[in-house]
Design a protein around this ligand. Structure first.
Ligand SMILES: [Zn+2]
Length: 215
């Protein structure tokens, strides 16, 4: 086992199993990194950047060090953007119970999604009922199918979401507008560090969210 292998296991395994809002994962990660440094040569340094690229197009990212993207959840790390993936989307969500992951009830006309629940629990609204997805399970959403995932239960959820193809990741939101009453799509505009969603029909602002407190 190389130092690299050790480092990735130390940072991923505790985060998925016990890193559920207890703070244990952070302590374990710190200890693991310190051990690696003391055990011998490695290409890790104290100042390892969030994303590193290597000859040939390879890339390595430290997910916890990536910037937090504005989203309804307390944390969203855009892994695909960090490593330069062009064919699929990949995001890590950290959500407190009650927080929804996407911007609204939506579908992607030509884009498949998969949610892997690493910790906590999701309730996913679909076109034909709600589905519970617990830690260790994945939930697949085919192209064109409506969905909205929300963290439920009494634990902080950690969810890895992947989708493809990335080029067709545009979403169509379908939600009642509180102003005009119609079931409408939303437009999104950037306002400083926040995203502002507005009804596509009447223009009324319906949602506003920024980066989370932590992930
Ligand atoms: Zn409206």
């Amino acid at each position: 086992m190389t130092d690299d292998d050790h480092a990735s296991e130390a940072s991923e395994t505790p985060g998925g199993v016990v890193g559920d809002g207890t703070g244990t994962a952070g302590a374990a990660n710190t200890a693991g990194a310190a051990d690696d440094g003391a055990n011998g040569p490695s290409d890790e340094t104290e100042e390892t950047p969030a994303t590193e690229t290597f000859p040939g197009g390879y890339a390595r990212a430290t997910v916890s060090a990536l910037p937090d993207a504005p989203n309804p959840t307390r944390g969203k790390r855009e892994v695909d953007e960090a490593v330069g993936a062009s064919q699929f989307g990949c995001n890590l969500f950290v959500a407190d119970p009650g927080e929804q992951l996407p911007w609204g009830y939506h579908h992607h006309p030509d884009h498949e999604e998969l949610f892997y629940v690493l910790a906590g629990e999701l309730r996913v609204e679909t076109d034909n009922g709600d589905r519970r997805v617990t830690a260790g399970q994945v939930f697949f959403v085919p192209a064109g199918a409506g969905n909205r995932a929300r963290a439920v239960g009494d634990r902080r959820a950690r969810v890895l979401a992947v989708g493809a193809p990335k080029a067709s990741d545009g979403a169509v939101i379908s939600e009642p507008c509180p102003a005009c009453g119609a079931e409408t799509d939303r437009t999104a505009d950037r306002d400083g560090d926040a995203y502002v969603l507005s009804c596509a029909d009447c223009g009324t602002e319906t949602d506003r969210f920024g980066a989370g407190p932590e992930a």
